[in-house]
Design a protein around this ligand. Structure first.
Ligand SMILES: Cc1ncc(C[n+]2csc(CCOP(=O)(O)OP(=O)(O)O)c2C)c(N)n1
Ligand code: SF4
Ligand SMILES: [Mg+2]
Length: 288
């Protein structure tokens, strides 16, 4: 069966503000699923909480709406239970780089085989415009009336510094063609694939707008001198921001994945294993 966009159409009405960058990300994910011809039942989306956390309402796949900042541990569990699924975790910058930051670091260390897409709008959208971990220092917001005091998190730098990230990319919600390509590559990559997406929040972030990004973004794939297997180059490019911002695959490496080290997963996914004849009475005796 050939999968089309119509197959991925959910029933629920989209409630994001008109013009929100989330629409571009939604379209890119759907187009990537079409490009890979993955039926709805082979994909599981796992979201956190936020405007981005509503992502799973608007695309027809299996999904799990987790707690704020907890999409990665839930996605890890799903991945281990059925490593044949196309698992995709989705969340915001507050969700992933704030409350969920520890999970981000530990998931990279494990290099489990799933995709993580962060809607980085540099603000808490759902809760109406408080500053987030990626908000620029000095920004006036609902929760920083005198300007944000902290230095912002640089998610690409953080991922590279983890020394275990195997696919690190950045997309722009205003360039659906490139983003589709990045999501497709991320889903095909064997290992943890992370995409930070520059996502304008048209309602609460009046600084990082479509115009702001359009003036600055350029594509790494157009730069013949750029080598995505060279981490040093990635570390340099990820420091750019004020004058220009690189999009594309910053870094990719073929590293051992967590699942390979688990003998229990070698033949077939856990969910498909026959456990009828396994005697757990001794464990029950001890723990129950
Ligand atoms: C444990 C917990 N703390 C706080 C909240 C309130 N809360 C909901 S969404 C959110 C932040 C959303 O920002 P972000 O993750 O950037 O997502 P966006 O809405 O911008 O897509 C917060 C603080 C919550 N739901 N749960
Ligand atoms: S508040 Fe911002 S992030 Fe949330 S739906 Fe509206 S534009 Fe999008
Ligand atoms: Mg946000």
């Amino acid at each position: 069966m050939n999968i089309s966009l119509a197959n991925l159409q959910a029933q629920e009405k989209i409630t994001w503000c008109p013009g929100c960058g989330n629409y571009g990300i939604l379209m890119a994910v759907k187009k990537a699923l079409v490009a890979l011809n993955r039926p709805s039942y082979e994909t599981c989306l796992v979201t956190g909480v936020g405007c981005s956390g509503k992502f799973n309402h608007f695309v027809k796949t299996y999904s799990f709406e987790s707690l704020h900042g907890r999409s990665l541990p839930v996605a890890s569990g799903i991945c281990l239970a059925n490593h044949e699924l196309n698992v995709v975790a989705v969340g915001g910058d507050g969700d992933g780089y704030g409350i969920g930051l520890n999970h981000f670091l530990h998931t990279m260390r494990r290099n489990l085989n799933f995709t993580y897409i962060v809607h980085n709008n540099q603000i808490y959208g759902l809760t109406t415009g408080q500053y987030s971990p990626t908000t620029a220092k000095g920004t006036i917001s609902a929760s920083s009336p005198f300007g944000a005091l902290e230095e912002p998190v640089n998610p690409i730098k953080l991922a590279l510094a983890s020394n275990a990230a195997s696919f690190v990319a950045r997309g722009f919600a205003g360039d659906i063609k490139q983003l589709t390509n990045l999501v497709t590559q991320a889903m095909q990559h064997r290992g943890f694939s992370f995409i930070d997406v520059l996502q304008p929040c048209v309602t609460f972030n009046k600084i990082n707008t479509y115009e702001f990004f359009k003036k600055r973004v350029y594509k790494l794939e157009d730069d013949k001198s750029y080598d995505k297997t060279n981490k040093k180059q990635a570390e340099e490019r990820c420091l750019e921001w004020d004058k220009r911002i690189a999009t594309g695959v910053y870094f990719q490496a073929d590293l051992p994945i967590y699942e390979d080290a688990l003998p229990a997963l070698a033949t077939t996914p856990l969910v498909k294993q026959d456990i009828k004849n396994i005697d757990i009475s001794a464990s029950c005796e001890e723990f129950v």
